[in-house]
Design a protein around this ligand. Structure first.
Ligand code: FAD
Length: 397
């Protein structure tokens, strides 16, 4: 409150933490950041060439980072949804979008459906070792002929009454962790004539006969992650490998995508902030025409525009996370957060390259990597166009 006795001065130094976070979240933030800076970032350049090693999962499991928001009965930390936001935000300090994505696929794409829809046996078999970092998971939705249009997938699971097994045939592509994973949460069709009610999820061990890890796909960014083309040729799994309800796989996976998109949006905001922080530092140090480039009004305004967009995206993500944590299912706002955060992260990274000049184009400064890594977010987990469609349809259009 303003009073005559108090001279108010603007506070630019961070101020209070956001209301969704507690002191424990902030401690967790510091712990994860310290780990990322000390144990991950020093290897980031090397892992761009080789992809990050599986030992990262083991170590993160040991530290309890892979089950922050998972129940203690399965070895998790029993934290709230915000703890996984903290992980997504702080892993940015690993300086490796590919690593952050590989971890997020494990913790926030593959694990949630097992926790939500799995049987006790499935949780013991997969969730518990995944939280410990002993088993690595991936998720297979996308196929060579069907990405945005999930309902058009062709991977098929046929029930064999004689053996009480399912026989799976098909292909999946762009699968993150696909080369290293022990198990894939696989989206299939069990009844091609049943429309949205004809999908079923399966937990398929990657060493099952007939699972073929085809080529390692090369990509624009996220180089530290492995991306696979997979084939399934007469893969037999027991009926107990069905995850959730038979025929309800489409709805199960649409639910999964909501949590994944929100985590992705948090990662985008953090990535954009990371690029901006580096750029502000650069703008204060680099001189041209006798002054730091940050003192040109044009640079100042660019920084101001970027900071404003990041702050707007952050508030949207946090507010939506608050609703999600409190039991709502805000698909419209999640889609908005994913769309906006992904778009601004790419725009920010692009402008940061510009402010860096030639240095921005050089690997040494790390800005070009952020731009290449961030670019995926306008495509993966639902493209911009699909997000716009979800939002537009939510208004009855
Ligand atoms: C690095 C990377 C990692 C990935 N990891 C995984 C993973 O682990 N698991 C997984 O299952 N998938 C993964 N994906 C796949 C990703 O989710 C898909 O690429 C994405 O959903 C888009 O599908 P698509 O590539 O088939 O593009 P398409 O669906 O073919 O779309 C092509 C273009 O058409 C547009 N379009 C399509 N439909 C419409 C429409 N109705 N209205 C307007 N425009 C439309 C799209 O927006 C896009 O611009 C990954 C992708 C990449 C690149």
């Amino acid at each position: 409150m303003a009073t005559e006795s108090k001279v108010l001065k603007p506070e630019h130094g961070g101020g209070k933490r956001h209301f969704i976070f507690t002191e424990e979240h902030e401690q967790l933030r510091e712990t994860i950041r310290a780990y990322a800076l000390k144990e991950l970032a020093p290897h980031a350049d090397e892992w761009e060439e080789t992809t990050f090693p599986d030992s990262v999962f083991h170590r993160m499991g040991e530290l309890g980072f892979l089950g922050l928001d998972k129940p203690e009965e399965y070895g998790g930390q029993g934290g709230d949804y915000y703890t996984s936001l903290v992980l997504a935000e702080e892993l940015v300090h690993a300086n490796s979008g590919g690593l952050a994505m590989g971890v997020a696929v494990h913790t926030d794409m593959a694990m949630p459906p097992i926790l939500a829809f799995g049987t006790q046996e499935q949780k013991q078999e997969w969730l518990v070792p995944a939280i410990r970092g002993e088993k690595i998971l991936c998720l297979g939705i996308t196929e060579p002929d069907a990405g945005s249009d999930v309902a058009a997938i062709r991977t098929h699971a046929r029930y064999d009454e004689v053996t009480d097994e399912y026989v799976i045939n098909g292909a999946k592509t762009y699968i993150t962790n696909g080369h290293r994973a022990d198990m894939i949460v696989l989206v299939t069709k069990t009844d091609p004539d049943a429309g949205y009610d004809g999908f079923t999820l399966f937990l398929v061990p990657m060493d099952a006969p007939g699972v073929i890890r085809e080529k390692r796909l090369e990509k624009l960014g996220m180089h530290a992650s492995d991306t696979a083309l997979l084939a399934f040729q007469d893969v037999r799994v027991p009926a107990t490998a069905v995850l959730g309800e038979k025929g309800k796989g489409f709805y199960h996976i649409m639910w999964e995508l909501q949590g994944e998109r929100l985590i992705g949006a948090a990662g985008c905001v953090a990535g954009a902030q990371f690029a901006l922080d580096k750029t502000i530092q650069f703008a204060l140090e680099r001189t041209a025409f006798g002054r730091p480039i940050g003192k040109f009004q044009v640079t100042r305004h660019k920084v101001a525009e970027m900071a404003t967009k990041i702050e707007a995206a952050r508030q949207l993500v946090y507010m939506t996370a608050w609703r999600f944590q409190n039991g709502e299912y805000p698909v419209r706002e999640i889609s908005m957060a994913k769309l906006y955060a992904a778009q601004i992260s790419v725009a920010v990274a692009d402008e940061c390259i510009q402010i860096h000049g030639g240095a921005g184009y050089m690997k040494e400064y790390g800005i070009e990597r952020i731009w290449r890594d961030m670019r995926l977010n306008r495509i993966g987990a639902g493209t911009d166009e699909i997000m716009l469609d979800v939002i537009g349809r939510s208004y009855g259009l």
